[in-house]
Design a protein around this ligand. Structure first.
Ligand code: SF4
Length: 202
């Protein structure tokens, strides 16, 4: 199955503990008011890529400890992301996944593709964004969201997400804004102000 990717950054310090590649998928059904990534809500657009090519692209990045899946809604592309994550975890990388679903919704639906992505996830940040419930937390953008350690790999490491906002200058001079801006100025859970040019080929 092909993934549909909205944006990609090879190394970020604002989307989970340590330095991480970040993949934003295209398409989200939730339409939360105040979403920081409205361009990533439509299911059309984006760049197609196979899970294997995505994993290869990430596995050659130096100095990262894992990958973060964001969006858009990663669980709308759960099967492909789980496949990419499986390949990366064999190489020792860890996985952070953001979702607008609650952990309870994921467990109650019992969809096999959702369960596959949960199995490959170490740290899950779950729940719709609610702009009326601001949070002061390195990884939560509203206080209703929950942080679930699916595995113990990142327990005690949340504060290592020290940077609120990053400005990443890409290969063609484009600027990607990523992270968790100060409440009241921007909203949302990590995103890009502009899509980077280096998506995928092949
Ligand atoms: S905040 Fe997240 S869950 Fe809500 S519409 Fe935006 S991408 Fe979707």
């Amino acid at each position: 199955m092909e993934l549909n990717i909205a944006a990609f950054v090879s190394s970020s310090a604002s989307n989970g503990p340590g330095k991480r590649a970040v993949v934003w998928v295209q398409g989200c059904p939730f339409r939360c008011p105040g979403c920081f990534n409205p361009d990533f809500q439509p299911f059309d657009g984006g760049s197609p890529v196979s899970p294997g090519v995505l994993a290869d692209r990430i596995s050659v990045v130096d100095g990262i400890e894992g990958v973060t899946f964001s969006g858009g809604e990663p669980f709308c592309q759960a099967e492909g992301l789980a496949e990419a994550a499986r390949r990366l975890k064999k190489q020792g990388l860890n996985v952070v996944t953001f979702t607008g679903l609650t952990y309870r919704e994921i467990r109650e639906k019992r969809r096999s593709s959702w369960n596959s992505l949960i199995r490959e996830t170490d740290l899950l940040i779950a729940g719709r964004y609610d702009r009326l419930l601001p949070a002061r937390h390195p990884l939560l953008s509203s206080s209703n969201q929950e942080l679930v350690h699916i595995s113990p790999h990142m327990e005690g490491r949340i504060q290592e997400t020290g940077i609120e906002v990053e400005y990443i200058i890409g290969c063609s001079g484009e600027i990607t804004v990523s992270g968790f801006p100060v409440q009241g100025r921007f909203h949302g859970r990590g995103g890009t102000g502009k899509k980077p040019c280096h998506i995928f080929h092949g």
